[in-house]
Design a protein around this ligand. Structure first.
Ligand code: CTP
Length: 409
């Protein structure tokens, strides 16, 4: 494990039995060199005393918005800016609900809302609460907001019932912290170009041919690469949410032709090119200059012509040292089709999501992928949030590039 020296961590502790484990977590973080500021909810103090935590962290614990006897104001904004990472462990059902919905009635939730960097939560609660649809919904919201969920483990709970709801062990949380910091500079100095979202192919001034892509997977990958230090250019089709990070430059396009033109400008400049867009393969041959009228027609025929294949276009111009990653969305013969596309488009890797898998593909917050690499590598992953899938894809890209580098040496 690498050192956490110089890292600023806010440790949020909420009111659950597992709060006693937070003392151990705090100790491990401090031993590894991190500077830790503890923020407790009022309920957490019923489970563990602030004295223990301030002694371990070497800093006064923050819990209220101000100190009662002096009136000293504690700024959650400053804390949010100070933190390189915020961990909420244990996170109760109530705090998860407040975080997911912006109910800022305590210092911990206001600090979360002000946090600029990565946030992890380690839930702990009784098994029925953990499985309840409201907790599931809140966790899904937090995951899609970019929060890393450290799922609870199975075991005996405070209620003596046995099931899923135990907070992850402090060692596991520290391993996740370590992974986060070791990844954070992994792509620095690299340029990433990415296509995302659908394309709209105009029929007339008010109608188009499009598809159901939300661009969520592409946004998650763009943000993941940016958080690892890459300089990202995201060429985005019409989506409702664009990727957001200081390292991301967004280029907005509408049609496949516009996306193609931008990609042919941007991809030659990148180290890593990722083609996540669901590009329309065909467009109407002509676009009417006025709204097409129904009049007395019983039928209408639209003649379509082929759009450029952006992936194949950038693949044909791939340079030494560039890594190109495509996506394949398949309904049948998925593996064979994905491997064929990898070859045909001259890609290095292809991420397959099969529409046959529940929870995978368009308009979901989850995805289940298999990643194929040039040279025959194939890795299947379980169903995960798109954010976690993005991290797996980024890991696979980094691993592929490192392997290529050592093969060359
Ligand atoms: N792609 C692209 N430009 C296109 C079509 C696809 O850049 N005109 C890219 C997608 O972004 C994806 C990969 O190619 O990374 C595969 O896309 P997919 O739609 O699965 O494949 P197609 O080549 O369109 O083949 P088919 O529709 O026959 O499955």
């Amino acid at each position: 494990m690498s050192s956490l020296k110089g890292k600023h961590i806010v440790l949020g502790i909420t009111g659950g039995i597992a709060a006693y484990k937070s003392a151990m977590l705090l100790r491990l973080l401090i031993k590894r060199g991190a500077e830790v500021q503890v923020v407790m909810t009022p309920a957490a103090k019923e489970f563990i005393t602030p004295v223990t935590l301030s002694a371990l962290s070497g800093k006064p614990v923050v819990s209220e918005f101000f100190t009662a006897n002096t009136g000293e104001w504690h700024s959650h904004v400053d804390l949010g800016l100070w933190a390189d990472l915020m961990i909420v462990a244990p996170a109760t059902a109530s705090t998860l609900g407040k975080m997911a919905n912006g109910i800022a009635d305590n210092m911990l939730v206001t600090t979360y809302l002000s946090a600029k960097e990565h946030v992890m939560v380690a839930p702990a609660m009784d098994l029925d609460m953990y499985a309840s649809s409201s907790t599931r919904r809140n966790l899904a919201t937090l995951a899609s907001d970019g929060v890393e969920i450290i799922e609870a483990a199975e075991g005996e709970l405070a209620s003596h019932l046995v099931g899923k709801g135990r907070m992850a062990e402090p060692e596991e949380i520290v391993a996740r912290v370590d992974r986060f910091f070791s990844r954070s500079g992994e792509m620095s100095g690299m340029k990433v170009a990415l296509t995302l979202g659908p394309t709209y192919e105009k029929l007339d001034p008010v109608r188009f041919i499009g598809n159901y892509s939300s661009g969520k997977m592409g946004c998650a990958i763009a943000e993941e690469c940016a958080s690892r230090g890459a300089e990202v250019t995201a060429i985005c089709g019409p989506v409702s949410v664009y990727p957001s990070h200081p390292n991301i430059r967004v280029v907005k396009v509408e049609s496949a032709a516009e996306m193609h033109a931008e990609a042919m400008k941007e991809f030659p400049l990148c180290d890593i090119g990722i083609l996540t867009a669901a590009v329309a393969d065909f467009r109407p041959e002509t676009c009417a200059g006025h709204k097409i009228k129904r009049e007395n027609d019983e039928e209408m025929t639209i003649r379509l012509v082929r759009n450029p294949d952006i992936a194949a276009g950038v693949g044909a111009k791939k340079k030494e040292g560039q890594t190109l990653v495509g996506f394949a969305l398949e309904t049948d013969n998925a593996f064979a089709n994905a491997e064929r596309k990898l070859e045909r488009k001259n890609l290095d890797m292809i991420v397959l999501n099969s529409l046959a898998d529940k929870g995978a593909g368009f308009r979901t917050d989850t995805n289940k992928v298999t990643i194929f690499s040039r040279g025959g590598g194939k890795r299947e992953y379980p169903l995960k949030s798109k954010r976690e899938v993005a991290a797996d894809i980024a890991d696979a890209i980094v691993e592929y590039r490192e392997k290529r580098q050592t093969d060359l040496e």
